[in-house]
Design a protein around this ligand. Structure first.
Ligand code: SF4
Length: 431
């Protein structure tokens, strides 16, 4: 079997590349060249029958929604409802971060019941199974980790987060470094604790070639996770983060050499003035690999509003060149999101993505804004609602504040002093 990257390196344009080109209104040659250079990835496991998704340079910005059970709240139906709502709200991908209940069964149901690419973080499941089997996460064996990865790949998971950039050297550095928040990535913490406890190397780093073999067999994209990402503004863009990025840059090269597609994950928490530097650094060190940022959050002081904090960072990051935004929900840092939090998280992140698309892909994105503005100037409320990013919310507000006035000129905001209406009266009079 041949991966999309291998086809592209031979200058073969696949059906998947054509589909992506058509969805993005680009030429198939452009997509093929981007895939060959590793600047674009075609996300879809060979086992899966869903439309392929393109992520990367020159394409529209993509949005991811995380779902998944926890030990405290393990309601599979609720997580499936979140998956459906995220897809309906326009998320391009889902990540199942389940850590409670039958994780294999949950993942398989999500794969069956959704039609957008699914990502997972297999180290979570490996850690939970190790705790059950050996009594402690740090006793997780190499086999425990790779068995879970193989199960994910065979099930059809389209991309996996793997914290391969953590190694003994980086752990030594991060433990010496004075960080306020230490390590906040769950996967990063599990692997760091294992290195500190056993003195052994991170199996995902040491046996990276084996990981590449599994990924290649299924054309499963590797999302190289930033296990040492800073967890607060105070720690942003520090030595351990950058050292891990340098390691990840080398791993990107090794994956490309054997035909495996990679995305690189980035922080986390970044003040506004450091976002562009983070994006440029990733693009340079990882030779244009698609950059997947978690938010980023531009301040730490707004629990309950972190979806907005993340969207501010996401818009700046995407404008600077990030390609893929992981949503943040209003409950970030304080609890598991519910279904409405998921919807809000997706919508707000799509606003960030679209705002950046208006700059990066104006040719495609601006049409939507033009149509909305036209409908607004014509008081076409039905069209405004149907064009709204969240029509449900727009309709509810309109019906609550202007009941029974579907054709009204103006709205309850300015009433008779509606600027558009007044100007229309005089321009009509002149004709
Ligand atoms: S009333 Fe004010 S807010 Fe409403 S449509 Fe007219 S100008 Fe816009």
């Amino acid at each position: 079997m041949t991966t999309q990257l291998e086809y592209a390196k031979r200058r073969t344009i696949t059906e998947e590349m054509k589909e992506i080109a058509s969805a993005e209104r680009l030429s198939p040659e452009y997509v093929m060249r981007g895939v060959a250079q590793g600047r674009i990835v075609v996300v879809r496991n060979l086992e899966r029958e869903i439309p392929p998704l393109g992520i990367g340079e020159g394409l529209k910005i993509k949005v991811n929604a995380n779902i998944g059970t926890s030990k405290d709240i393990c309601d599979v139906e609720r997580e499936l409802e979140k998956a459906r709502v995220a897809q309906e709200a326009g998320s391009d991908t889902l990540m199942d971060l389940s850590t409670g209940g039958d994780i294999d069964a949950i993942r398989r149901r999500i794969l069956r019941e959704t039609s957008i690419p699914l990502g997972t973080v297999p180290i979570y499941q490996a850690a939970i199974e190790a705790q059950e089997k050996h009594g402690a996460i740090v006793d997780m064996t190499e086999d425990d980790i790779f068995n879970v990865i193989e199960r994910n790949a065979r099930d059809g998971v389209d991309f996996i987060t793997v914290h391969c950039g953590i190694n003994r050297e980086s752990v030594e550095r991060v433990t010496r470094h004075k960080r306020l928040m230490g390590i906040v990535s769950r996967g990063g913490t599990f692997l760091t604790a294992r290195i500190l406890h056993t003195g052994e190397e991170n199996p995902l780093y040491e046996n990276y070639d084996y990981l590449l073999e599994i990924a290649r067999e299924h054309d499963m994209t590797l999302s190289l996770g930033d296990g040492l990402r800073p967890g607060c503004i105070h720690d942003a863009t520090d030595g351990p983060q950058i050292q891990e990025l340098l390691t990840i840059g080398e791993l990107v090269d090794r994956a490309r050499d054997v035909g495996v597609q990679t995305i690189v994950e980035g922080p986390g928490h970044i003040p506004l003035d450091q976002i562009e530097a983070n994006v440029r650094l990733e693009k340079s060190v990882c030779k244009g690999a698609p950059f997947y940022v978690l938010g980023p959050l531009v301040t730490d002081i707004a629990p309950g509003y972190d979806h907005i904090v993340g969207a501010i960072g996401g818009a700046i990051a995407a404008m600077a060149g990030a390609d893929y935004l992981c949503y943040v929900t209003p409950t970030e840092h304080i609890g598991l999101p519910d279904v409405e939090d998921v919807r809000e998280g997706v919508i707000v992140t799509r606003i960030a993505a679209h705002a950046a698309d208006l700059v990066r892909r104006r040719d495609v994105a601006a049409e939507w804004d033009y149509e909305m503005s036209k409908a607004r100037s014509e008081f076409d409320w039905g069209k405004q609602i149907s064009l709204a990013l969240n029509p449900r919310k727009a309709r509810r507000i309109r019906e609550e504040r202007s009941p029974g006035k579907p054709n009204e000129e103006g709205c309850s905001m300015c009433g008779d002093f509606c600027a558009i209406k007044i100007l229309k009266q005089y321009t009509r009079a002149e004709h």
